[in-house]
Write a protein that binds this ligand. Structure first.
Ligand SMILES: *Cc1c(COP(=O)(O)O)cnc(C)c1O
Length: 253
């Protein structure tokens, strides 16, 4: 007996076998569409916006599926998980470290990631600098800003960023490419517009003030709950997990 591809797919889906594989691609494409729409609304070029597929807690198979369908930018939060995935998956993936980074784990990340989004202290910046010089690489990093001043989140306050850059801006081996924030979880993305606007304003302010010739052009903001508004407000990277991979299960961690 031979089945047409469609009927085979239907059969496998009914058996719960193929669901995830095909869905992640469809989900990603829907997110890309939403990004393009948000760009149209705000007069931006969709090429300015990188979708980072946040794959933390998700199996390597799902990453391979998206990779085969063209995605190269993936975001991870946990160093140990990132370490394993880097070892197993294709070399041309651009890995983004988006979670809180402890200084004693810096060596696993420097030289192996496209960008570290979560620089949240001078001591961490110094450690990244030291390790980068040792490995003879330039680490591209973002400064994490807790714009909404949430108790449970890492990151500088808005008013701490310029003084930080005045101290850290000349560290060797490290390039401050821009700013990152995680806005509060919300069911109404409009609630977070003010935070994204504030981060964009800070970027403009920093670029005008000419601190050690620092010029920033990366704004990493927007997650599943609010990425369309983040794009309207100038995001150049959005970090989307749930809308692509489905809800995360932390019960096994
Ligand atoms: C998990 C995570 C994301 C993705 O969140 P979703 O709501 O699943 O899109 C983005 N950024 C950071 C820093 C995260 O930890």
């Amino acid at each position: 007996m031979s089945l047409s591809t469609d009927r085979l797919t239907d059969y496998l889906k009914k058996e719960g076998i193929l669901v995830e594989e095909t869905d992640v691609i469809r989900n990603r494409d829907a997110v890309l569409e939403e990004i393009a729409d948000a760009c149209r609304r705000s007069g931006r070029d969709p090429k300015e916006v990188t979708l980072i597929a946040v794959s933390k807690t998700k199996p390597e198979e799902m990453i391979r599926t998206l990779y085969a369908a063209g995605t190269r930018d993936f975001g991870e939060n946990y160093v140990q998980e990132l370490d394993g995935k880097i070892a197993d998956l294709p070399d041309d993936i651009r890995w983004h470290m988006i979670g809180h980074l402890q200084r004693n784990k810096v060596r696993y990340v420097v030289g192996r990631t496209a960008m570290i989004h979560s620089v949240d202290s001078l001591r961490l910046a110094e450690e990244i600098s030291k390790e980068s010089v040792k490995k003879n690489v330039i680490s591209r990093v973002l400064i994490e800003v807790n714009v909404a001043q949430e108790e449970n989140k890492f990151g500088f306050r808005l008013d701490e960023v310029k003084p930080f850059l005045q101290q850290a801006g000349t560290l060797p081996g490290i390039r401050f490419c821009g700013l990152m924030t995680s806005a509060p979880y919300t069911t109404n993305p409009e609630d977070n517009r003010e935070y994204f606007r504030a981060l964009k304003k800070l970027e403009i302010d920093i670029n005008r003030s000419g601190i050690d010739n620092i010029q920033m052009d990366v704004l990493s903001m927007g997650m599943t709950c609010d990425y369309t508004v983040a794009v309207e407000e100038g995001a150049t990277c959005v970090r989307v997990g749930t809308a692509i991979f489905g809800a995360r299960d932390y019960s096994t961690r």
